[in-house]
Design a protein around this ligand. Structure first.
Ligand code: GLA
Length: 729
């Protein structure tokens, strides 16, 4: 899959469907040549013209046509005549930031090496992928940069990251380090990003690229609900089903920067890496720094095509552990029903009721630990409240299991309240400046995970509860962003390393817990989808998609999330009405229809349901169980975008191709009761599919090319769920 063509001085990464090509020019510089649909060779038919342009500096004085400012580059530096965004900036100990990293050589090997301490995609057999490492070196500092590229046989993705090694005798300071940089040729592109906020995560925003630099970033200590570490470029005519897409996603959960820079000559630089605003790293002689990785996906089959590659790669080769391939339990979560006023009696009666309705897991959310009567106290003290749980958590968990469902529990381990025993005994364990009172958010502070003692405490505190309860599920929350970046643990010279060291500490804690409790299903959360990113998926194969459980808003949030992450990674719950966040009243049916587009759960006091509603919920659970394998492990297609239309819709095709689940949503009633038709995707055009509800058979070709209509009624917030089974030949 990877070869070096000595005649062309070019590297080819090619799996028969995509080709990534770059060359070595002037014996030292890496020139981006092509990333797109598979081509046999890349000999320069589309090469831009170079001539002696004004203000262009020339590293080769004999060749005035050659300038780094116009060269499409793989990993551009600073201070060498390319005035666009640099991929790295390294300061030497004399305060200068001039380096000149030139190509030295390469290695190609089977498989993909793990990234020490970092989440990353992986292979199970070395034949699944090949890796290229390109070595660059700087003669003056004797530092090296190694550029890693992995291509997979079965996924149309290239993974990139970099390593910096200080082989010199003086310390270096890493000031900026992108995991990847790529220059796409001049053209007309649209840029898609996933922006948002708490309660409205992953809103798709699309705009044409004309000029200038667009910077996407987070300096919040989390990938954040405000931005997603991903850049998606498309042809202007690209839609869900056709057209070219280049998607770049960072496998990291902390501060990041994504750059999309249209140069003066119209080519487009795309970069993704650590946010230089909060990143800095001392590299002492002999030390090595490894960046997180970035996944680059190319699709010529529209946005769904790109999503399929991310979905398959992430569920099969980023998520890990026994839950990776299992169907996920239908759960009942205590939060929206009881918030902090939860106790043993309520838990047991909820668990009994949950079991009766067919649910499989009871999750005790916030409010269970000592003194946690509201959000102003007790975070950090992970021992059960003796008043609410007089018999302890072990006995509670057993009681829940005796009622017929598994037991799961909520933590927010990275945090501490001022009013907590943990803070009183370790005031130096929090992130803060010594000179100012720390800024609070939700009345809490963030623990300093750069300090190994803090990480050890977290592993021990969470483990003790998991051992006592034998819990099978953990919801891992993170409900504030980081301010006052300062650590009592790190030296003066290391303070700028805190943001990244925090992430390394967190990943290490999660890794240890994964290893100690392989049977526990971890679900990530950050006030909803505030840290719904590829980094977290390596340790927790699902994430609570949003604190906004309103069915209508959820359609949009889940559709945006699905650009990168499939239904099996999304926690989606039916909650009470009027909805806590919007006040909107939707039917139980509609709420279920929205939640069935992911991992189904309920988040309400189910004891207050009327007998009719109980029957309805039982029916929903029965339906979901029958569709679960398809919904959670099938191929997901977005059909109608609820952000742009009054309708939403998707279909999922089971792995064996025999079951198709399609859900169409109509948000507001149309007085004209016009029909909306969706064109199903991924069916066999030659096959026949029987609709379960009425036994009517349709050809796959008809469902895809003529489409499927809804049944407009005089009501807001309605849906049509259709399930088709392929008829045996
Ligand atoms: C966050 C989560 C909620 C809930 C609360 C508990 O907001 O997103 O689901 O767990 O914290 O405090």
């Amino acid at each position: 899959m990877i070869r070096f063509d000595a005649q062309e001085n070019a590297f080819y990464l090619d799996n028969g469907r995509i080709t990534y090509c770059f060359g070595v020019v002037k014996e030292g510089y890496l020139e981006c040549r092509y990333f797109g649909r598979h081509i046999r060779r890349c000999q320069g038919s589309a090469r831009p013209s170079y001539f002696d342009r004004g203000f262009c500096s020339n590293p080769d004085p004999q060749d005035k046509r050659f300038s780094l400012d116009t060269l499409p580059q793989e990993y551009p530096g600073m201070n060498q005549g390319d005035f666009r965004s640099p991929a790295y900036v390294i300061q030497t100990d004399d305060g200068r930031r001039v380096t000149r990293f030139l190509y030295q050589g390469y290695e190609i090997f089977q498989g993909k090496p793990p990234l020490p301490g970092l989440p990353a995609t992986y292979v199970e057999h070395s034949q699944e992928a090949q890796t290229l490492v390109v070595h660059l070196a700087d003669a003056h500092t004797r530092a090296q940069i190694h550029l890693y590229y992995t291509i997979f046989q079965d996924y149309d993705a290239i993974c990139r990251h970099v390593e910096v090694v200080n082989d010199g005798s003086h310390p270096l300071w890493l000031e900026r380090l992108m995991a990847m940089s790529m220059d796409l040729p001049r053209g007309t592109y649209d840029l898609l990003t996933l922006s948002g906020s708490h309660l409205m995560e992953k809103v798709v925003s699309r705009r044409p690229l004309t000029a200038d630099t667009v910077v996407l970033d987070s300096c919040r200590g989390a990938s954040s609900p405000q931005q997603t570490p991903c850049v998606i470029l498309t042809d202007p005519q690209t839609n869900e089903h056709q057209g070219q897409v280049w998607g770049v996603n960072f496998v990291y959960s902390g501060d990041f920067q994504g750059v999309v820079q249209t140069s003066q000559y119209g080519d487009v630089r795309v970069q993704m890496g650590l946010n230089p605003l909060t990143f800095g790293w001392n590299l002492e002689p002999g030390q090595r720094f490894v960046s997180p990785e970035c996944v680059l996906v190319y699709s010529s089959a529209g946005l769904n095509g790109m999503s399929h590659t991310f979905h398959r790669l992430y569920t099969q080769r980023l998520c890990r552990g026994p839950w990776r391939d299992r169907v996920r339990p239908i759960l009942l979560n205590s939060w929206e029903a009881f918030t902090f006023s939860i106790d043993e009696g309520k838990c047991i009666s909820l668990a009994k009721q949950a079991a009766e309705l067919g649910m499989e897991l009871f999750v005790l959310d916030d409010g269970w630990f000592k003194n946690r009567v509201d959000d102003r106290r007790a975070l950090g003290d992970w021992v059960a409240d003796p008043v609410k749980f007089p018999h302890g958590l072990g006995s509670l968990a057993q009681g829940v299991r005796d009622a017929g469902v598994d037991f799961g529990i909520w933590f927010e381990p990275e945090m501490v309240s001022y009013d907590s025993d943990l803070y009183r005994s370790h005031p130096d364990w929090v992130i803060r400046s010594p000179f100012y009172d720390p800024v609070l958010s939700r009345s809490q502070l963030v623990l300093d995970l750069s300090n190994p003692a803090v990480c050890d405490y977290l592993v021990q505190a969470v483990s003790a509860v998991l051992e006592e309860t034998q819990a099978s599920y953990v919801k891992w929350d993170m409900n504030r962003h980081i301010t006052d970046l300062g650590s009592a643990w790190l030296s003066t010279g290391q303070q700028r390393e805190l943001s990244h060291r925090y992430m390394l500490g967190l990943y290490q804690v999660l890794d240890q817990l994964n290893q100690r409790f392989p049977q526990v299903l971890f679900e990530g959360c950050s006030s909803g989808g505030g840290r719904f990113d590829a980094g977290m998926l390596h340790y927790m194969p699902q994430t609570w998609a949003s604190d906004n459980t309103d069915a209508v808003c959820r359609l949009q949030i889940q559709a945006g999330t699905s650009l990168l992450f499939p239904p099996v990674t999304m926690g989606c719950h039916v909650s009470a009405v009027p909805n806590h966040q919007t006040g909107r009243v939707t039917s139980l049916q509609t709420r279920f229809a929205a939640a069935l587009g992911g991992n189904l759960g309920y988040e309400m006091d189910i004891r207050t349901l009327t007998p009719e509603e109980q029957e309805e919920v039982k029916g929903q659970i029965h339906t979901y169980k029958a569709l679960r394998e398809t919904v959670q492990h099938g191929t997901f297609y977005r059909l109608l975008d609820p952000q742009q239309h009054n309708d939403g819709g998707w279909n999922i095709v089971s792995q064996d191709g025999n079951t198709v689940v399609c859900c169409q949503y109509r948000i507001l009633a149309d007085p004209l009761r016009r029909t909306t038709v969706v064109h199903l995707q991924g069916l066999d055009p030659e096959a026949t599919y029987r609709r379960q509800s009425d036994g009517v058979c349709f050809g796959g070709d008809e469902l895809m090319y003529a489409g499927l209509s809804d049944q407009p009624v005089r009501q807001d917030f309605v849906h049509v769920l259709s399930v088709f089974e392929k008829v045996a030949e």
